[in-house]
Design a binder for this molecule. Structure first.
Ligand code: BGC
Length: 255
C-alpha cells in the first residue's frame, strides 16, 4: 500500500476518527491538509507527528458547514501541495436528542456540519479532481446509523441517511470521471463523540454486550479502513458504504 505523491484533506482532522485517519494516510506516505475549527495546539501537534512519519501536513482553520470556507480549504490545499487526490468528509457532531425534543437550531447545526459539509465537500473536491484529470477518492465518514435507527439521536441518523444517498448518487455521477465515492460506516468508536457513554460503566457494559466483537473500535481501526479505501488496492469500490462495526448492526439483543 502506498500513497506517496498523493494529497489528502481530512475535515475535522485534529481529533477522534479524523486524527486517526490523518495518521493512517500519512503512514502510507500522503501529504495531508488537516481541517479544524477548534484547538490549534492539537493541530500543531498532529502536524509534527505527520512530519515525524516523513510527510508534510498543514492545518487550515475552516468551518466546513460554510461553502466559502470549504472553497478556501481546497484552494489552500492546491496552493500548498499543487493537487488534491483524497477528500475525507469526516467532520461530524451529534446532539443525542429525540424527534420530540430536537430544536430547530440543533437540527440545522447537525445537518449543516454532517451533511451539507459532505455534499459541498464532495462537489468542490470532485471539481478539483476532474480539473486535474486523474480521478480521485472521496470518502464520507458515515455511521451504522445511515441505515439503523438510533432512538434519541434523530437528527444525527437523518444526516447519516442523507450521507448514504450522497455517497450512492455522487458515486454514480462521478464514476465516469474516475472519482470514487465511498462511505465508511463505523459502529461505536472510542472518540470524544461517545464521551457520555464511555463515562458511564453501566452504559458501557450494555454496549459491549451488544457488540459481537465485544468492544468498541479504536479510532485507528477506522483509520485503517480509510487508508485501504484511499489506496490503489480499492480500485473497484464506489457508490457504497463499508461498515466497520464489530457486527453491532446485525446483532440481536439476545432475548
Ligand atoms: C454514534 C455513537 C453511537 C454509535 C453506535 C455512532 O455513529 O456517533 O453515538 O454510540 O454510532 O451506535
Amino acid at each position: 500500500m502506498s500513497l506517496h505523491g498523493k494529497v489528502a484533506i481530512v475535515t475535522g482532522g485534529n481529533s477522534g476518527i479524523g486524527k486517526a485517519v490523518v495518521l493512517a494516510l500519512a503512514a502510507q506516505g500522503a501529504n495531508i491538509v488537516i481541517d479544524y475549527v477548534a484547538n490549534p495546539a492539537a493541530t500543531d501537534a498532529l502536524e509534527q507527528q505527520v512530519a515525524g512519519l516523513g510527510d508534510r501536513a498543514i492545518g487550515v482553520e475552516a468551518d466546513v458547514s460554510k461553502v466559502a470556507d470549504l472553497q478556501r480549504l481546497i484552494s489552500a490545499t492546491v496552493e500548498a501541495f499543487g493537487r488534491l487526490d483524497i477528500m475525507v468528509n469526516n467532520a461530524g457532531i451529534e446532539t443525542r436528542t429525540s424527534v420530540l425534543d430536537t430544536t430547530e437550531a440543533q437540527y440545522e447545526r447537525v445537518m449543516e456540519i454532517n451533511l451539507k459539509s459532505a455534499f459541498f465537500g464532495t462537489q468542490l473536491a470532485a471539481k478539483q479532481m476532474i480539473a486535474q484529470g486523474s480521478g480521485g477518492r472521496i470518502i464520507n465518514m458515515s455511521s451504522v446509523h445511515e441505515d439503523w435507527p438510533m432512538p434519541g439521536n434523530t437528527a444525527y441518523c437523518l444526516s447519516k441517511g442523507g450521507m448514504r444517498m450522497l455517497t450512492r448518487t455522487a458515486g454514480v455521477e462521478l464514476g465516469p470521471h474516475g472519482v470514487h465515492v465511498v462511505g465508511v460506516g463505523p459502529g461505536a468508536v472510542a472518540t470524544p463523540i461517545n464521551t457520555s457513554t464511555m463515562d458511564d460503566p453501566q452504559k458501557m457494559k450494555v454496549l459491549d454486550a451488544a457488540i459481537p466483537l465485544g468492544r468498541m473500535a479504536t479510532p485507528e481501526e477506522i483509520g485503517a479502513v480509510v487508508a485501504f479505501l484511499a489506496d490503489e488496492g480499492a480500485t473497484y469500490l464506489t457508490a457504497t458504504t463499508i461498515f466497520a462495526d464489530g457486527g453491532i448492526m446485525h446483532s440481536s439483543p439476545g432475548l
